[in-house]
Design a protein around this ligand. Structure first.
Ligand code: AKG
Ligand code: FE2
Length: 339
C-alpha cells in the first residue's frame, strides 16, 4: 500500500511521541489495579495438579503454568523473535499487512477492523496467524525476518498444543469426568491461532488501553507475557487486579467456549492490557478453539437437576461471527448463549 495513504501504526505514533489521537481515547478509565495476591500457580505433573487447576479456574479462570514442558531459554527465544519482528523496518512489516486492497482480513500484521465511528481503538499493533490445522497456514503472511521466526513459531505451537491437550484432560479429571470429555468436543480440525502483540509506550497511558476489556472467544488461551514489562490486568470479584508472573511461567486463561462447555464452572475472565510511558511491551498469545463446525455445549456430566444447563449449544464459527464485532465495541458475547 502507498505509504502516504496508509493509516499510521501505533508504533509510528509512539516513535513520534505524539499524544494519542481521539480515536484511541477512553473516557473514565481507571487503570489503577487493586492490591491482590498473585494469580494462582499450577505445577503441571504435580500430584495435586487437578485440585490446583480446579480451584484456579473456578475462582480466577486463569493461572500461571509452571513446568509447562518448555525451557526458560526457549520461552526467551520466542520473546526475542517477536521483538525482532516488531523492530524490522515498517516497510518490510507491511509486506504482511492484514489489509488487501483496503479490505480487512483477520490474518496478517495490523490493527483491528474499524466497524463503527464510535469504536475506540487499542494502543497496539499485532500479527495474527492461523497455525493449526497446518493446511490452513497462509505462509505468505509468516515473517521470514528474523530468519528463525517460522521455526520458532512452529515449535512453540507444537509444544503449546501438547500442553493444552494435557491440561484439557486434567481439567476434565478434576471434575470427575472422563478425561476426553472436553477434548472430544474439539473435533478433527481444532484451530490454533497466534497473536503477537506489540504495545508501544504511550505519552498518555492513562487515556488508552493496550487492549480493551474483553474475555476471549477461544476455549483456552495461552499467554507468554513480556518478561520485564507488566500490563495485563484481570477482573476479579469486580475489581481490576494486576497479573504478575514468574519469568518462566506461561499464563493460561479460559475463553468463552470453555465457560460454555463446563456449564459455567470454569470462568472466562475479563481482562485488559494497560500501557506505560516509557517501555514497549510484547506478548504472544495462542487461542485454542474447537473445529468451527463442531457444535459445542455443556458436557453431559455437568448438567443435572441440581445444576441445570446454563448455556445453549453453538458452533464456534457462529460464536466468532457474533463475537468479533462486539469485541470491537467492548461488549461481551457469552450472554447471548444463556438458556
Ligand atoms: O498481552 C496480553 O498479555 C494479553 C493479550 C490478550 O488478552 C489477547 O490477545 O486476547
Ligand atoms: Fe485476551
Amino acid at each position: 500500500m502507498n505509504e502516504q495513504t496508509r493509516k499510521m501504526m501505533v508504533q509510528e505514533m509512539a516513535e513520534r511521541g505524539e499524544n494519542p489521537p481521539s480515536r484511541y481515547i477512553w473516557k473514565d478509565i481507571h487503570h489503577q489495579p487493586a492490591d491482590a495476591p498473585p494469580i494462582p500457580i499450577v505445577y503441571l505433573g504435580h500430584p495435586d495438579e487437578a485440585e490446583q487447576i480446579k480451584a484456579a479456574l473456578q475462582s480466577w479462570g486463569m493461572f500461571q503454568v509452571m513446568d509447562c514442558g518448555m525451557t526458560a531459554s526457549f520461552l526467551d527465544e520466542v520473546r526475542n523473535v517477536a521483538k525482532e519482528f516488531f523492530q524490522i523496518p515498517m516497510e518490510e512489516k507491511q509486506k504482511y499487512t492484514n489489509l488487501k486492497n483496503g479490505k480487512f482480513h483477520y490474518e496478517g500484521y495490523g490493527n483491528d477492523e474499524v466497524v463503527t465511528d464510535d469504536q475506540v481503538l487499542d494502543w497496539t499493533d499485532r500479527l495474527y496467524l492461523t497455525v493449526q490445522p497446518e493446511d490452513m497456514r497462509k505462509l505468505e503472511l509468516w515473517p521470514e525476518n528474523p530468519s528463525s521466526f517460522r521455526d520458532v513459531l512452529n515449535e512453540f505451537a507444537t509444544k503449546s498444543r501438547e500442553m493444552l491437550d494435557y491440561v484439557l484432560k486434567v481439567m476434565a479429571k478434576s471434575l470427575e469426568l472422563n478425561e476426553d470429555s472436553f477434548i472430544s468436543q474439539f473435533g478433527d480440525r481444532s484451530i490454533l491461532d497466534v497473536r503477537f502483540n506489540n504495545y508501544p509506550c504511550c505519552p498518555r497511558p492513562e487515556l488508552v488501553n493496550g487492549i480493551k476489556p474483553h474475555s476471549d472467544s477461544s476455549a483456552l488461551t495461552i499467554i507468554l507475557p513480556d518478561k520485564d514489562v507488566e500490563g495485563l490486568q484481570v477482573m476479579k470479584d469486580g475489581v481490576w487486579v494486576k497479573v504478575t508472573t514468574s519469568p518462566h511461567a506461561l499464563i493460561l486463561n479460559m475463553g468463552d467456549l470453555m465457560e460454555i462447555m463446563s456449564n459455567g464452572i470454569f470462568k472466562s475472565p475479563v481482562h485488559r492490557v494497560v500501557t506505560n510511558m516509557n517501555k514497549d511491551r510484547i506478548s504472544v498469545a495462542f487461542f485454542y478453539t474447537p473445529d468451527g463446525e463442531a457444535e459445542i455445549g455443556p458436557v453431559d456430566g455437568l448438567v443435572s437437576d441440581m445444576r441445570p444447563r446454563l448455556y445453549k449449544n453453538v458452533k464456534p464459527k457462529v460464536y466468532n461471527e457474533i463475537y468479533f464485532p462486539r469485541f470491537l465495541q467492548g461488549k461481551p458475547t457469552i450472554d447471548f448463549f444463556k438458556v
